[in-house]
Write a protein that binds this ligand. Sequence first.
Ligand code: ATP
Length: 199
Amino acid sequence: MRLKTLEISGFKSFADQTRIDFLPGMTGIVGPNGSGKSNIAEAVRWVLGEQSAKSLRGTKMPDIIFGGSSDRHALNRAAVTITLDNSDHYLKSAYTELTISRRLYRSGESEYLLNGQTCRLKDVTELLMDSGMGQDSFSIISQGRVAAIFNSKPEDRRSIIEEVAGVYKYRKHKEKAQRELDRTMGDLHRVEDIIAELE
Ligand code: ATP
């Protein structure tokens, strides 16, 4: 699996449609301070489902929409699309190429698309779960994150290791199964009570 292309439009400092092709090998992005390098990394995190405006250096999610500059009006929509080469089927999908898109309107309306089809955030999250590309994975390390990981609580650090090791998904499934089991036990106790009352 390989990151192929990133298309950004109306996201933070990228008012115009901007396309970045990631060729095989290593890609470096250079530019003066404030030119938008971190915004590119944030666009990747955002399209992959980032839910925290704070971690994108905003106070609310619409802050990521281009807010205008001295010579341009603010925009009403941010859109990011990421294209992944999945010819090795590293992501559990039959597609050899996957596009994930996310759009947000100033009204608060938002949508996700998988290969051009509207989908839920859950579909994106499940596709990426345990791939190392999930929201809290190590694939993108922003400024200050290393210090934050060292200073985090042991249980938070454990979640990070579980995601990397690929067991996070199973822990989530186990928690869900446990909740269903508890509910069923509750129902059984209720049935026993009713039977006891009838006897
Ligand atoms: P540094 O090298 O200092 O870390 P950088 O190249 O990583 O800088 P970014 O932090 O990505 O730069 O970009 C910051 C710029 O993005 C600022 O000029 C800021 O005004 C602009 N910016 C952030 N959010 C928006 C927005 N919603 N609308 C317009 N511009 C924005």
